[in-house]
Design a protein around this ligand. Structure first.
Ligand code: MRU
Length: 377
């Protein structure tokens, strides 16, 4: 059994500190986050004493990545309830903190429904808070287990797609233990390949503008001891052209009913490159990321981030000079287009790997069947 709160005993874990945990010191319960804005320079924890602090941590990306957002949202509802705040209000604020990753509202709803059901039974607010916490803990645990199963299914698929072994995998953004109760999604597959001696190299896109690849994935890769190389996002084309990429593995923030995949900005160009160069483009995500309520890619709300993330260099240790606190890299007043995500259509996706197995080709029927199977388990 994978325990998301204690990772000790593994010598290749991504960080020494879990991405999120629940604690109950004498002053009252708290949610403790590893502040991802400070990585890789330092492992600093952020202690959330109420849901509003957690909402801000979600907006600032101190806590981020689809599965972890779900877990954080669920703990946030539990925290509000345990501290005597209105769980319904907290749930609304948490679910609205970022719009694209469906896992956030899934996690919030899980904890809120447990809270409502308990309150409806006997009106006892203390018991209702405990029910919300139990739901959050369950989601955290389930995510750890889903992560291990995705790694197994993903590695099996890679071996099938690339029978020669010695995989050279390109990944984008950050999808390891920093976004999960376990070892993550796409990164967990790369890690499984590494442990099996079948990963030749992980190519890590830096992931502009907030550098989740450079700051976080390179950090996880270095800690795991795998062979990895960092590249700028726009170097990917020349890497494909040189025949250096065997497969692309990415995560997802939302997969719609028709199989469209929202993921970090820059994922869609990789899918186009992969198709042109006849390279498999594989999406790894838990079933909680599949959103059958949203029909297609055009219906996804893509988060727009502040322009200063593009017009200034993001370096947590940088002197405070620009509006966002970073070093200006464009003339003052320059407008920036800064969507946090893009959408890849299903026809460019070779397979979606979940804890319930892989779907390929990616069709509405196959995704619906997989979700129905998962609900029956
Ligand atoms: O803006 P972020 O850092 O939250 O974006 C994260 C991503 O796009 C990840 O690739 C996605 O959430 C999948 S994580 C398993």
């Amino acid at each position: 059994m994978v325990d998301p709160n204690t990772r000790s005993g593994e010598d290749d874990r991504a960080t020494g500190t879990p991405a999120i945990r629940w604690e109950e010191p004498p002053e009252g319960p708290v949610v403790v986050l590893l502040d991802q804005t400070r990585l890789p320079a330092e492992e600093v924890e952020l202690v959330c004493t109420d849901a509003s602090v957690l909402v801000e941590a979600i907006r600032s990306l101190a806590v981020r990545g689809a599965p972890l957002l779900g877990i954080a949202g669920a703990y946030g509802v539990a925290l509000a309830a345990a501290r005597g705040f209105d769980a319904e209000d907290a749930a609304t604020a948490l679910a609205g903190a970022r719009p694209t990753a469906v896992n956030l509202s899934v996690g919030v709803t899980r904890a809120l429904e447990a809270h409502r059901a308990s309150l409806g039974r006997d009106g006892d607010t203390r018991r209702a808070a405990q029910a919300a916490l139990a739901a959050a803990r369950r989601l955290h645990q389930e995510d750890a287990e889903a992560s291990a199963r995705m790694a197994g299914h993903g590695l099996a698929l890679l071996d099938e797609l690339l029978p020669g072994g010695g995989h050279r995998i390109l990944t984008h953004c950050n999808t390891g233990s920093l976004v999960s109760g376990g070892e993550g999604t796409a990164f967990a597959v790369a890690l499984a390949a590494h442990r099996a001696g079948r990963l030749r190299r992980l190519w890590v896109d830096e992931t502009r503008p907030l550098l989740q690849g450079a700051r976080l994935t390179a950090y996880e890769a270095a800690r795991s001891g795998m062979a990895y190389t960092l590249l700028t996002d726009n170097a990917a084309g020349s890497l494909f052209a040189a025949g250096e990429v065997d497969a692309v593995l990415i995560g997802a923030d939302r997969i719609t009913a028709d199989g469209s995949v929202a993921n970090k900005i820059g994922s869609y160009p990789l899918a186009v490159l992969a198709r042109y160069h006849h390279v498999p483009f594989v999406v790894v995500a838990p079933v909680t990321t599949i959103d059958l309520e949203t029909p297609d890619g055009a219906s996804i709300e893509v988060e727009q981030r502040p322009g200063y993330e593009v017009t200034e260099a993001v370096a947590p240790q940088a002197p405070v000079t620009g509006a966002g606190g970073g070093i200006p890299v464009a003339p003052l007043g320059t407008q920036a287009y800064n969507p946090a995500f893009d959408v890849t259509p299903p026809e460019l996706v070779t397979a979606v790997v979940t804890e319930e197995g892989a779907v390929s080709p990616v069709t509405a029927g196959a995704l619906a069947e997989l979700c129905a199977r998962s609900r029956r388990v």
